[in-house]
Design a protein around this ligand. Structure first.
Ligand code: ZN
Length: 252
């Protein structure tokens, strides 16, 4: 989906039901920055294909908005293509964690025959685990040639969350800091993380973005943005007051 002349969202990539995953890219005159690599190799090939088609001569680089596998699953494919993958210095996933993710996918398959066939392997076809090879510790700026993008630390959902802000286009790629239609996932953190998440929301609100591309759900534009931020803020405030997340076991 073209948002501006320089910014694109790649929406609706596959993940475990009911989740789909978003990625995107920013096209400068010399470089194209891919934001998130999808949940698997097949998603990565789709993102890579669109990013290359938008400006064929550009050098590519990729960045992960966080450590969860739905945002980094395509890193191995990008790396095979000779593309550097940037991400928060705290992203260091292990092979055991990746195998546990695949097993969890398989356990969630409703059909027993498909479960017995280990069809989660089809989802993760030729997907290899790779943590970012270029580390981000602080806010930084990437110059893509004619377009500067700001890489902002926006912790809360995890300690590794970052956002990509393109000020000249008013486009903010925010990962799971703001998602639409789904309940935000608070289960990766504690009350202290949720408090930080609220601060991150204040920070991104002050940017006054015209588009927000979240990690999941529809892209938010214009008037939809305050409501999208407020709905996450409300869930966080209620969870901090209550002491547990809306999806925690205690609620069941
Ligand atoms: Zn996510």
């Amino acid at each position: 989906m073209r948002l501006t002349d320089y910014c694109y969202a790649v929406t609706g990539l596959g993940y475990v039901s009911p989740w789909c995953v978003n990625a995107g890219f920013v096209v400068g005159n010399e470089q194209t920055l891919v934001v998130d690599t999808g949940g698997n190799r097949l998603a990565a090939q789709t993102i890579h294909g669109y990013a290359c088609a938008a400006r064929p001569g550009n050098k590519l680089r990729a960045i992960n908005t966080e450590k969860h596998f739905d945002h980094i699953g395509g890193n191995g494919y990008f790396s095979e293509c000779g593309i550097d993958v940037w991400g928060h210095a705290g992203i260091a996933r292990t092979p055991d964690e990746f195998q546990a993710e695949i097993a969890e996918f398989n356990d969630a398959i409703p059909d027993p025959v498909r479960r017995a066939r280990n069809e989660s392997q089809a989802f993760f076809y030729q997907t290899t685990l790779l943590s970012p090879n270029c580390k981000i510790q602080n806010d930084t700026i990437f110059d893509l040639g004619g377009r500067s993008v700001e890489i902002l630390l926006t912790p809360g959902h995890t300690q590794t969350n970052i956002s990509v802000w393109v000020p000249e286009d008013g486009v903010l790629f925010v990962g799971d800091c703001v998602i639409r239609e789904y309940l935000p996932n608070l289960d990766a953190g504690s009350s202290e993380d949720w408090q930080q998440w609220l601060e991150s929301l204040d920070r991104i609100e002050q940017l006054k973005p015209e588009f927000i591309v979240g990690g999941h759900g529809p892209v938010s534009r214009g008037d939809e943005i305050p409501a999208a931020i407020d709905s996450v803020r409300k869930v966080l405030s209620e969870s901090i007051a209550r002491g547990f997340s809306p999806t925690s076991v205690r609620q069941a």
